[in-house]
Design a protein around this ligand. Structure first.
Ligand SMILES: *Cc1c(COP(=O)(O)O)cnc(C)c1O
Length: 493
């Protein structure tokens, strides 16, 4: 007797396939409408207390059914998004996602493979995506790579290889204490915090991260870097790696990558590039020249869920020296023995190149998105954001009440409302409140940063939906709210 046709047989499959099919079609329809009409809704709104309260309570013991689960999502989750699909979302540094990317995410889950290893087509998809990204950055075919959750994990993987190569001891076996001298790693003061976390996790300690001053354009000061390396060597420390940033999170500055590559060659140091923001801008005609030298890096971290708009999560690490990469992560107990035939055959064992064994099929949304749009369209979206940053900069400079607080790097604009006659403390208070009102009124979602002790609004335009009129609307709202705030005495300090 075939067990699958047993009456009353329980599994996690739908009990009523036609009903599930109808629900699935409804989900797709609702989802497309939701994305198509995103501009008509506020960028963001806070979750009302009664909705927040709906997330309390224990897990159901008995089925509520797929329809009820979807209706709870539609009523309580979908209406209160982070906002990053919206054309006027410019907070932190995010991507918008795409319709095609979302559908690919669904298809990846339908197949539900595990990309730790084995012989199946999904691994070929990831391998091809990595090859495409290597080609894009000018890395040699012999380099290795891995898709990861994002820039943080990509930096961790790259820095792990850097540490293992530079330690002067077998740290996988003996631990970091076996290194003859304490290791040091260099990055500018603008280096992303995830690199510090990585060094902490790698057992080097946050003090191993030497923070090099920047120049007026927020790129790393090469002379200062050289002096710090020399001083550390003289003090008996062991410099192992320089982190160049291709697109800093505060201002979008790109370090001089060729100069860093020269320095690393001269000093015998690993050259890692944190390109979470900017590496994909090699696709953009108006940025590519600033990234010269990235092809000389020993490792590069890049994000695909930021300026390429692949739905979260999608990042990639590339490593020039494939054996060094594999030797940092490969560990093959008998239950993972790679075969020459059958399901465990083939050479594509991505678990040999990173932390995770079980790995999702995130490659599919990247692969299908690149096929759908082609790399050149992504390049045009990136180039347009850079032009929009300068358009916004022009609007700011034209208004006496507005002050550009840093040079525009890539697609990041920092400015503040400054009508004159107020000290920095008062301006900080006004601009803090101004930002909150922009967000709470659902008009626009910039974020903020502090530049040379000035609180400012930070507009990071990684957005394929933003149009010029969106920046006009932002400036209009900033001037209106700013005038109200600076004319009133009720600004909270
Ligand atoms: C966002 C970012 C990271 C971290 O990447 P995640 O994808 O958020 O993990 C690292 N470096 C820079 C420069 C970034 O902008």
């Amino acid at each position: 007797m075939d067990q699958d046709t047993e009456s009353g047989f329980e599994s996690l499959d739908p009990q009523d396939w036609p009903a599930m099919r109808a629900l699935a079609h409804r989900m797709v329809d609702d989802a497309l409408t939701y994305i198509e009409t995103v501009r008509d809704r506020p960028v963001w709104q806070s979750v009302p207390p009664e909705i927040a309260a709906s997330f309390e309570g224990p897990a159901p013991r008995a089925p509520e059914g797929a329809l009820a689960a979807y209706e709870a999502f539609a009523a309580h989750v979908l209406p209160y998004p982070m906002g990053n699909l919206h054309p006027r979302f410019w907070a932190w540094y995010m991507g918008n996602g795409t319709v095609g990317g979302a559908l690919a995410e669904f298809l990846a889950a339908v197949m539900n493979p595990n990309l730790g290893g084995g012989s199946h087509a999904a691994n070929l998809v990831e391998a091809q995506v990595i090859t495409w990204l290597k080609d894009m950055l000018g890395f040699p075919a012999s380099a290795s790579g891995l898709l990861v959750s994002g820039g943080s994990m990509a930096n961790l993987v790259g820095l792990t290889v850097a540490r293992n190569v530079g330690a002067g001891a077998d740290v996988r076996h003996q631990g970091v204490a076996a290194a003859p001298r304490p290791m040091t790693v260099y990055g500018s003061v603008e280096v992303h915090s995830c690199n510090q976390k990585a060094l902490e996790l790698l057992g080097l300690g946050s003090q191993a991260l030497r923070r090099v001053p920047v120049q007026d354009d927020y790129t790393i000061d090469l002379a200062a870097l050289q002096r710090m390396i020399d001083a550390d060597r003289a003090a008996g420390l062991q410099p192992i790696c320089v982190i160049g940033t291709a697109g800093t999170v505060n201002t979008g500055a790109i370090d001089d990558l060729n100069a860093l590559a020269d320095l690393c060659t001269r000093e015998g140091l690993w050259f890692h590039v944190d390109g979470a923001i900017g590496a994909v801008a090699v696709l953009a005609d108006n940025v590519r020249h600033q990234l010269r030298g990235i092809e000389r890096a020993d490792s590069v971290a890049l994000d695909l869920h930021k300026w390429m708009h692949i739905p979260f999560e999608a990042g990639c690490v590339l490593v020039r020296d494939e054996p060094a990469h594999r030797n940092s992560f490969s560990l093959t107990p008998e239950y993972l023995e790679h075969g020459t035939r059958g399901l465990a055959g083939g050479n594509l064992w991505f678990s040999d190149y990173g932390v995770q064994l079980s790995r999702q099929f995130r490659a599919l949304k990247v692969w299908m998105s690149i096929k759908e749009h082609g790399l050149d369209r992504f390049g045009r979206m990136i180039a347009r954001n850079v032009e929009q940053a300068h358009y916004l900069g022009g609007l700011i400079v034209a208004q006496p009440q507005l002050e550009l607080t840093a040079p525009i790097g890539l697609d990041i604009v920092c400015f503040r409302y400054n009508p004159g006659g107020l000290d920095d403390a008062a301006l900080d208070a006004i601009n803090r409140e101004l930002l909150l009102q922009l967000q709470e009124q659902g008009i626009a979602a910039p974020s903020y940063t502090t530049i040379r002790n000035k609180y400012c609004l930070r507009v990071a335009i990684a957005n394929h939906r933003s149009q010029r009129s969106d920046f006009d609307a932002l400036i209009e709202a900033v001037l209106r709210i700013g005038a109200l705030l600076s004319g009133s005495t009720s600004v909270a300090s």
